[in-house]
Design a protein around this ligand. Structure first.
Ligand SMILES: [Zn+2]
Length: 127
């Protein structure tokens, strides 16, 4: 699985924040619902009036799989439910198999890798 990073006018604040070591999410100014960074309208009230809010970077694993096709070695991919609510598809670093990160395993944001010149959010086991 290849992670892609596409900077445009809408995503620029997101990538700028990651470069500074912060994960930001979209918050609805009408109802307060917090959504994924790539959200264009509120999934709760459908408003397109969104602002950026900071994430704690804390979450839990919802599901994990091993991608054996990734080079140079297999990687663990996971859906992570952030403390603020949104789910992110990401990679869990420093683990070998999906059984290392069963459902509800606490994880923490780690921004260490760059794809296409942009920082990408990944996760490690919370200690
Ligand atoms: Zn809303």
């Amino acid at each position: 699985m290849k992670f892609s990073a596409v900077r445009d006018e809408t995503s620029a604040p997101y990538f700028d924040a990651l470069r500074e070591g912060r994960l930001i999410l979209r918050s609805c100014t009408r109802c307060g619902h917090i959504g994924r960074p790539d959200t264009l309208s509120c999934s709760s009230c459908h408003s397109d009036e969104l602002t950026w809010v900071g994430s704690t970077g804390d979450g839990v694993v919802v599901s994990a799989v091993v991608d054996h096709a990734s080079a140079p070695e297999p990687t663990v991919l996971a859906l992570v439910e952030l403390r603020e609510g949104p789910w992110l598809a990401s990679r869990i670093l420093d683990v070998a198999t999906a059984s290392d990160v069963p459902v509800c395993t606490p994880v923490r944001l780690r921004i260490t890798e760059f794809v296409d010149g942009e920082a990408i959010p990944m996760f490690v086991l919370a200690t």
